[in-house]
Design a protein around this ligand. Structure first.
Ligand code: FAD
Length: 238
């Protein structure tokens, strides 16, 4: 684990409450897709000693880092108010649970809720860039269409032969919505995933979603060792 200095090169509005930050870093950060870094804001009095976790969404081996950050509370609001040229400190990489690279030979199912998509954006970008042969199914759940992060890119990636992207919405579902209506449950999984027990499952999202998926996958008979789970939860937070 190392500490890196970074400067914001570019910000982009991703959704109404998610921004992409392209950050130039002094040294290349050697991470594996699925890993995250801790971020601090040295130019901000309130947050120069605070660190918060955010996941790399780009693929490794670049002199920049890309993060997609959802506005939740004071720290992420301060980040959303930052501009190109502003300084950040990054520590990392961290994380093992959601790591995905060429050492993974299994077919995988990624289940994401909301901003829990970030590790899988990096993983799917990586798989596509290396032409990895693994079959990848992404089940991506959001409340509304407006909450879907990186929709256009996922649509393009989902056209590849071995990558399937399936969206689900739980609220304000448009009349002609072609994806899943409601939560990702047992029926949804049995309809969209062939041989679920043979797949390697990655789950990332809000704790209630992660808990419910754990139960459902257990019911279906997916062995626990084929489950890789990251609670999108900061230790100590409700
Ligand atoms: C390993 C890891 C990787 C992460 N990667 C990303 C990422 O790539 N993009 C991203 O947008 N977010 C990510 N997060 C979540 C992100 O770190 C938090 O949303 C952020 O730290 C919130 O800080 P804040 O001060 O703005 O909000 P806070 O003031 O800390 O919280 C605001 C409100 O949101 C609630 N809250 C905050 N964080 C969480 C949480 N994680 N789970 C449940 N409730 C919460 C608080 O209880 C509070 O009500 C990640 C979290 C972890 C643990």
């Amino acid at each position: 684990m190392l500490e890196f200095e970074g400067h914001i090169a570019e910000t982009r509005d991703e959704t109404h409450d998610v921004k992409t930050f392209v950050i130039e870093v002094t040294n290349q950060i050697d991470f594996i897709p699925g890993q995250y870094c801790m971020v601090s804001l040295p130019g901000n009095k309130a947050f120069r000693k605070e660190w918060r976790p955010f996941t790399f969404v780009n693929i490794p081996k670049n002199e920049y880092v890309e993060l997609m950050v959802k506005r939740m509370g004071a720290f992420t609001t301060a980040m959303h108010n930052m501009h190109p040229g502003d300084k950040l400190l990054l520590k990392g990489p961290f994380g093992e649970q959601l790591n995905f690279d060429e050492s993974i030979k299994d077919d995988v199912v990624f289940v994401a809720g909301g901003s829990g998509i970030t590790p899988f954006i990096s993983a799917i970008r990586f798989a596509a860039s290396r032409n990895m042969p693994n079959r990848i199914i992404l089940l991506y759940s959001n409340k509304t269409v407006d909450d879907i992060i990186d929709r256009e890119e996922l649509e393009v990636l989902g056209k590849r032969e071995n990558i399937t992207v399936i969206h689900s919405l739980t609220k304000k579902i448009p009349e002609h919505w072609k994806g899943i209506r409601g939560r990702v449950n047992k029926d949804v999984i049995l309809t969209h995933v062939d041989d679920p027990k043979e797949k390697l499952w990655y789950v990332c999202g809000p704790p209630p979603m992660v808990q419910s998926l754990k139960g459902v996958l257990g019911d279906i008979g997916v062995p626990e060792e084929r489950l890789r789970i990251e609670n999108w939860q900061i230790p100590g937070k409700g």
